[in-house]
Design a protein around this ligand. Structure first.
Ligand SMILES: C=C(O[C@@H]1C=C(C(=O)O)C=C[C@H]1O)C(=O)O
Length: 193
């Protein structure tokens, strides 16, 4: 990895819940829920809402999967490539994303996922007809979360609660996990998009 953002890794730990049982479900607007539960490519949806889309790679590194992120598919301690990015629309940061790519999934054709740089992971995932997406979980991130520290460092307006989603993708039978948090003023929080 040539250069890493000084804040990398931001990390991300939240109490991920199934959307139907999310306690705060009544606090979530229809628009936000629509963005959180959209099973299509977030890259494609953002591109459709702006002139210029870009991915900023904050950093990536190989490490053991942290306990707080482990799940039925990616076990604690398993070697994963962690990739953190910001997705920009017209130079406004919309999403912070953190993906865990098990090294055991980075084989064959999928080795290229280790070297995406500023190409969108979604671009590769959603171009593969074998792609399966497992259930989407949602979580909210309060002002003392690691994401809020990122928001502060990006000089974005503070927002009481930030919402995110995560899901496991399976590509050619190889799993990986993607978590995305909508940053303040993202389209997801705007009623008229
Ligand atoms: C999974 C997608 O890929 C997006 C791009 C990512 C990246 O480049 O690391 C990470 C998460 C997503 O927001 C998507 O577009 O839906």
């Amino acid at each position: 990895m040539s250069k890493q953002h000084p804040l990398f890794p931001i990390t991300l730990s939240g109490s991920w819940q199934s959307p139907s049982y999310a306690k705060q479900r009544n606090e979530i607007s229809t628009t936000l829920l629509n963005w959180l539960l959209d099973s299509g490519s977030l890259t494609m949806r953002l591109r459709a809402n702006c002139q210029q889309f870009r991915v900023e790679l904050l950093g990536q590194r190989v490490q053991a999967c942290p306990d707080v992120e482990a799940n039925d598919t990616i076990k604690a301690g398993e070697q994963v490539l962690v990739r953190e990015v910001l997705l920009y629309c017209d130079e406004k940061p919309q999403v912070f994303a953190r993906s865990l790519l098990p090294l055991s999934s980075l084989t064959g054709e999928e080795q290229k996922l280790a070297d995406l740089g500023t190409q969108s992971l979604g671009q590769v995932l959603f171009n593969n007809p074998s792609l399966q997406r497992q259930n989407i979980e949602i979580a909210n991130f309060a002002v003392d979360s690691s994401v809020s520290l990122l928001v502060e460092k990006l000089a974005l307006p503070k927002q009481e609660q930030l919402w995110g989603r995560r899901s496991i993708f399976v590509l050619e039978d190889k799993p990986l996990m993607v978590a995305e948090v909508f940053l303040p003023n993202a389209f997801a929080y705007q009623e008229d998009i």
